[in-house]
Design a protein around this ligand. Sequence first.
Ligand code: ADP
Ligand code: MG
Length: 365
Amino acid sequence: MAEIRAIEGRSVHQIQSGQVISDGLCSAVKELVENSIDANATSIEIRFKNHGLDLIEVSDNGQGIAPENFDKLALKHYTSKLRTYEDLERVTTYGFRGEALSSLCALSNLWITTATADVAPKGTKCEFHISGALKSTSVASHPRGTTVSVETLFKNLPVRKQELERNIKREFARVVSFLQAYAIVCVGVKFTVYNNPPNGKKTLLFSTKANKTTKENIANVFGAKALANLTPLDLEFEMNTPTSVLHRGREDTRNVKIVGHISRPVFGEGRQAPDRQLFFVNSRPCNLPQVARAVNEVYKSYNLTQSPFVFADLQLDTTAYDVNVSPDKRTILLHDQASLLESLKTSLTRLFDGQDQTVPAAAQS
Ligand code: ADP
Ligand code: MG
């Protein structure tokens, strides 16, 4: 039998990087946009060349990166957002694992141009080795904020690159709906998304206007018509949390708030397909299949033939769930999910019961 040996460090890094960017184009874009939001940007521009196959570029007007951080920026598990495991319970930033930039360095040509307020517009362009170590810096003009450029994603993983190219239409559509979710939930942040197809004209895919409400964001993203017949989702309930091993025996009452918008279950007014159902936990876009099922179940008891538009943000105590399940943090473990679902169904039923479902909202006002 061959000798058992450690895998070479560089190879481990490349193997793991493929997992961090598990969902291809979506993961890459998501990580960059989340970094911009974490940097307190109020304007984020996302530009794709050839649907992201050639280039993904995310520019923000956030706080920028200080020169003393350039050499640590893309190192694995280097982050400005978390220091210890215990901090995870309180983490409110989108990122915290310090893996995204280092993984993207291993999978693409990545460079970063940035300027903090005190030096703008005299910025710096940073280039990196495949390991994430800083390769070089040069002077480059940039207003306050940061631009991250990711060229030829999966350049060294030919199978994943081919798969992405083959499915690019579908993947790109997913990226756009992903970005729409962030653009709606991030109140006060202007999103602009462009694509530059090969041999084509640069096209604006959608934009929002740093609106103060999610409702205005929905109108920007899906058009004003999408607002017709939406009712505010404003549920609040208390849940008794049984003593949970996961939480070191703490027992308390949790306050759960669910805010957002949902279609009124008026016959003929809902959407035909369940295509626009966006769920979030503390503004973090998540896959919450059970929550979605509970909402659809209640809706179906009023309107059998249609599915609602749902935009729902579950505002929970940061100890009420665990985001550290998968590197992309889209999977969330809700503690006491069963009782949360029960309370959700009861209060949603109360919301619909309290409304006159016979007349479309537009006709009432
Ligand atoms: P994480 O977001 O988990 O910290 P990343 O690899 O995504 O890890 O980013 C590493 C660090 O780089 C961040 O902690 C942050 O300090 C800095 N950074 C990344 N993107 C930006 C940005 N757009 N603006 C300012 N700082 C950034
Ligand atoms: Mg990050």
